[in-house]
Design a protein around this ligand. Sequence first.
Ligand SMILES: Nc1ncnc2c1ncn2[C@@H]1O[C@H](C(=O)NS(=O)(=O)C[C@H]2[C@@H](O)[C@H](n3ccc(=O)[nH]c3=O)O[C@@H]2CO)[C@@H](O)[C@H]1O
Length: 125
Amino acid sequence: RKPSAEEFKRQHMDPDSPPNSRPTYCNRMMRRQGMTKGSCKRVNTFVHESWATVKAICSQRQMTCKTTRRNNCHKSSSTLHITECRLKGSSKYPNCDYTTTDSQKHIIIACDGNPYVPVHFDASE
Ligand SMILES: Nc1ncnc2c1ncn2[C@@H]1O[C@H](C(=O)NS(=O)(=O)C[C@H]2[C@@H](O)[C@H](n3ccc(=O)[nH]c3=O)O[C@@H]2CO)[C@@H](O)[C@H]1O
């Protein structure tokens, strides 16, 4: 599927819920957002900030992406509230079982298109 802002929002935006360290958050959200169909997505980060805040990262200085050699990545100037979901080793499809880890980290996203908007979550640090 072509990466798009809508795809980014579906996979990575959860502005309405505060950082959520309930252990079931990831199991619920990964299913609700459609990332456990066909296979269990291994790693996924949800960002508990507004779309305006995340969109604004695209105007930060561009940098080389961590996961590709493209240079349309941008790092947030401040740390953001995120929840990282990581598939447990013991998890067996279709029961996708995730760890839920809250943190406040800088995020690195790729932006594309006109308007120039977030399309890919690259990394956090
Ligand atoms: N520069 C670009 N510019 C424009 N587009 C670009 C660019 N780069 C890729 N795409 C496209 O994006 C699409 C895509 O899904 N890429 S993905 O690497 O698999 C996404 C990762 C991420 O969702 C998740 N993850 C990972 C770490 C973490 O901390 N948190 C976390 O959530 O895991 C996934 C796998 O790592 C794909 O179509 C690719 O072509």
